[in-house]
Structures are given as C-alpha cells and as structure tokens.
Design a protein around this ligand. Structure first.
Ligand code: DX5
Ligand code: ZN
Length: 221
C-alpha cells in the first residue's frame, strides 16, 4: 500500500501561506479545509482562495468540504483544479451524481463520514468514489484528540473495499500524529491528514517524513 501524507493547512500561518505550503512541499497533497459556519461551527475560506492555492502549484490540493449543500458547490472545486474533492455524506442530497460530476471534471471524488455516520449505507457505492474520509474527530477544528473508536470503521471500510474489489483510498483526518498514525495504518488507512502535528512541529518537513516512515513501517507488518 502506498502511503499518502496530506498535511492540513487549517492552522498554518495564513499571512504567509506560500511559505507554509513550501515547508510541506515533500508531502503528497495540501489538505485544504473549507468550512461554511453552517455545516460546522467554524469558517475558513472558499473557492477564490482555494483556486489561488491550486494556481500556486506548490502541491496538488486535497479539498475537504465541510459545507452544506455540497451538491451545489462541490463541482466548482474540481473545476478550478483541485486534485481531489471530498464532500460530506451528511451534506449531499445526491452523492452518486455529485461524485460523477467531480470525476467528470478530472478530480478524484471523496466521501467524508462524521464520527456518528457509518460506512454501511455506502458499501454498495464504493466504486463511485476514489476515497472515503473517516473523520477521527468531530469536524470543525484542528488540534482535537484522536477518537480511537473510529478505528473499527476504518477496518470495516478497508474490508468492504477488498470484498467488493474497489481500489479505494481511505483517509483519516483529525488528531493524526506520531502517536496515532500507526494504529490508523494498521486498521487500513493509507491517506493521512495531519494539521497541528505538522504545523506545530519545529520542522514541518521532518515531521512529514517521520509520519510517512511510521505509517509505511506499520503497513509492512
Ligand atoms: C478538522 C479538519 C482537519 C484539521 C485536522 O475538521 O478537517 O483537517 O485541520 O487538524 P489536526 O490534525 O490538528 O487534528
Ligand atoms: Zn480536513
């Protein structure tokens, strides 16, 4: 399994965004959290800022949309060039149609699940997605504690992908750090979002490398 590291820029120094992106240039993606203050009680940036990050070309953008009415807004994130666009199952009226629209724009389509949303209703739809995002905190803020109770969901998602023969990435987001990444990899995750672990580290690039090493070793066992 190839390990993918996607640091979240949620809590980086936004006044120095290009420099912050360059610090994590050895990562695979920049994870960009879009929050609308309705789906989650926090507000970040929208399409124009995300488009600028895409245009900076420092890293491909992994957009995580924590917004209501994903059906209305998500395709535009693919259109402006995000490499992957992940919307929440709880915010999409027609997730299959939406995933197809995102893929038609040439982006990967991801489905995110809040901690209390199960994978079971989506098992027959896995082939419509490139990635399932299992939230390991309640969405909305960086710096929260990792929810161990999400690991069985990661395992069930990986087993369902294997059983149905779908080539599926499984992303974990929230509280991912040196102390939690191995358990996530052992459970079957292969895409790791880390915000505070990377941007609070003395050396963000070294932290990305260390997280990659820990996840790769855990997968090898
Ligand atoms: C939270 C966001 C995360 C957040 C992760 O809702 O989706 O991407 O930035 O931050 P940490 O790694 O600090 O939990
Ligand atoms: Zn996120």
């Amino acid at each position: 399994m190839t390990i993918t590291i996607s640091p979240s820029i949620l809590n980086c120094d936004v006044l120095d965004l290009r420099c912050e992106l360059e610090k994590i240039a050895d990562a695979d993606f920049a994870h960009v959290d879009v929050m609308d203050n309705h789906f989650v009680p926090n507000l970040t940036w929208g399409l124009p800022v995300v488009e600028q990050i895409v245009k900076s070309k420092v890293l491909p953008v992994d957009a995580h949309l924590m917004i209501e009415d994903a059906d209305r807004w998500a395709p535009a994130y693919a259109e402006v060039g995000c490499a992957s666009v992940t919307f929440h199952a709880e915010a999409a009226g027609a997730p299959i149609r939406l995933a197809r629209e995102i893929r038609a724009q040439g982006a990967k389509a991801g489905l995110a699940l809040k901690p209390s949303t199960g994978i079971e209703p989506y098992v027959d739809l896995l082939h419509e997605f490139d990635m399932i995002l299992v939230m390991t905190v309640e969405p909305g803020f960086g710096g929260q504690s990792f929810l161990d109770s999400m690991l069985p969901k990661v395992q069930r998602t990986r087993r369902a992908a294997i059983r149905t023969g779908v080539d599926l990435a499984i992303q974990v987001d929230g509280g991912v750090s040196r102390s939690t990444i191995e358990a996530c990899a052992e459970a079957g995750a292969d895409v790791f979002v880390a915000g505070s672990a990377v941007f609070n580290a003395e050396d963000a690039a070294a932290e990305v490398a260390e997280l990659r090493r820990l996840a790769t070793d855990a997968c090898a066992h």
